[in-house]
Design a protein around this ligand. Structure first.
Ligand SMILES: [Zn+2]
Ligand SMILES: [Zn+2]
Length: 412
């Protein structure tokens, strides 16, 4: 389900409609480009237009993304689009269910009138509820014997659904139908549940904080490049934070740079600090050298969205055989694929990444729950791929990424 978000341009007030994955508001009227960011998850409410009477907004966690579950035989990916109520009221629906898709969303700012209930259930617990529901539905990815789970989110947000109270009943304000009996037939919502709703999205000017030039980035980008001072930025809460960027190798004509997060993590319960450790864990047919015993090991995770099987294949392949060549301290020149998988989401997948290459498979799966992986730092590396027919190929590594898969990944 794809939602649309209506929001007036903060500069000229012109009406702008955003896709849920858009992180840049590009105003067609005054041409301003603003990066949208938030302290904590984005919050939206279902737009009812003018509404008579008092609207009660009940918050729901919404998760859209992929669940990876490592079982003995393989890693089961499952694309999810789920919601669960964030208050725990037994008289209100537990999920958003199938809402009219034509309904647009708005940012749930303090300007939208209504009584907002406070989210009480942390997101981690909400995932537990979603898992239990899926397990009940016999979803493959959630068979009891999964040894590690990772949720890689495209969207984790809070959606406020509108209700009203009348005659001791809670009504769905969209469908105008009663959905539950209020406790003791109350005529109003318990004031204890109400929050002083102060959330606002922030709009950062798409301008380099260092030199003031316009930064480049597409509407779904989560990293922006300044071609003037060669710095890269990612929004963190209400400001831009610098990202370390490297490139490796040269771009051929017609080729494209693909971005990868190179993540350093502390691994406990498994020796995985050096390249030699990785060769042993993956049981690769490679002669170990002294150099390898000293080279630091990094996880390489795609910094772009692709379907789950390709995501895993790329992470496994590149983490176990890193790109050859020297990391250069410069920004890519030429066509670059947008970075649309943020570092914090990529970091969620490092333990699943171990599950893709560790051998012997069954022994390692059983060991996974005792392994702790703590990501320490990440940098962004742009790697050049050459276009060959419908594939982007890395010649030295002898592997390719399908052009269509990259294209469709942007809509995931
Ligand atoms: Zn505007
Ligand atoms: Zn700059």
């Amino acid at each position: 389900m794809d939602w649309r978000i209506d929001h007036p341009c903060p500069q000229c007030g012109g009406p702008v409609t955003l896709a849920e994955t858009d992180r840049v508001l590009a105003c067609p009227f005054c041409k301003v480009r603003l990066h949208i960011t938030s302290r904590g998850p984005f919050r939206y409410c279902m737009d009812l237009g003018e509404q008579p009477g008092q609207v009660v907004y009940i918050p729901y966690w919404r998760f859209k993304g992929t669940l990876f579950a490592a079982a003995l035989d393989k890693i089961h990916p499952k694309i999810l689009d789920s919601s669960t109520q964030a208050v725990g009221l037994d008289y209100a629906p537990m999920t958003l269910g199938l809402r009219p898709q034509l309904l647009h969303l708005r940012f749930a700012t303090r300007e939208v009138p209504g009584t907002y209930l406070a989210p009480k259930i942390p997101f981690k617990d909400a995932l537990g509820v979603i898992e239990a529901t899926l397990r009940g539905a016999q979803v493959d990815a959630l068979r009891e014997n999964s040894f590690e789970k990772a949720y890689i989110g495209d969207t984790t947000s809070i959606i406020y659904a509108p209700y009203f109270v009348r005659g001791g009943q809670l009504y769905d304000a969209v469908l105008k139908k009663p959905v539950g009996q209020m406790p003791q037939h109350a005529e109003t919502i318990d004031p204890e549940l109400v929050s002083d709703h102060k959330w606002q999205p922030s709009f950062l000017s798409a301008m380099c904080p260092h030199c003031g030039w316009d930064v480049t980035g597409e509407k779904d980008s989560c990293v922006f490049l300044c071609k003037n001072c060669e710095k890269a930025w990612r929004p963190k809460e209400e400001r831009f934070k610098q990202v370390t960027v490297n490139t490796i190798g040269e771009l051929e004509k017609g080729g494209k740079y693909l971005p990868f997060w190179r993540i350093k993590a502390t691994v406990e319960g498994l020796d995985l600090a050096t390249v030699a450790d990785m060769v042993r864990v993956a049981n690769l047919p490679k002669a170990l050298t002294l150099d390898m015993e000293e080279q630091e090991f990094f996880f390489w995770i795609p910094a772009f969205k692709v379907h789950p099987q390709l995501f895993l294949r790329l992470a496994r392949h590149i983490t176990s055989t890193p790109f050859p060549g020297e990391l250069k301290d410069k920004l890519p020149e030429g066509e670059t694929h947008p970075v649309n998988l943020p570092l914090n989401e990529a970091a969620q997948s490092v333990k699943i990444c171990i599950a893709t290459f560790a051998k012997p498979r069954e022994t390692m799966m059983l060991k996974l729950p005792d392994i702790t992986v703590t990501p320490q730092k990440g940098s962004l590396v742009f790697v050049p791929f050459a276009l060959q027919g419908s594939e982007y190929v890395h010649r030295e590594m002898n592997f390719s990424v399908n052009k269509q898969a990259l294209h469709y990944g942007r809509d995931l």
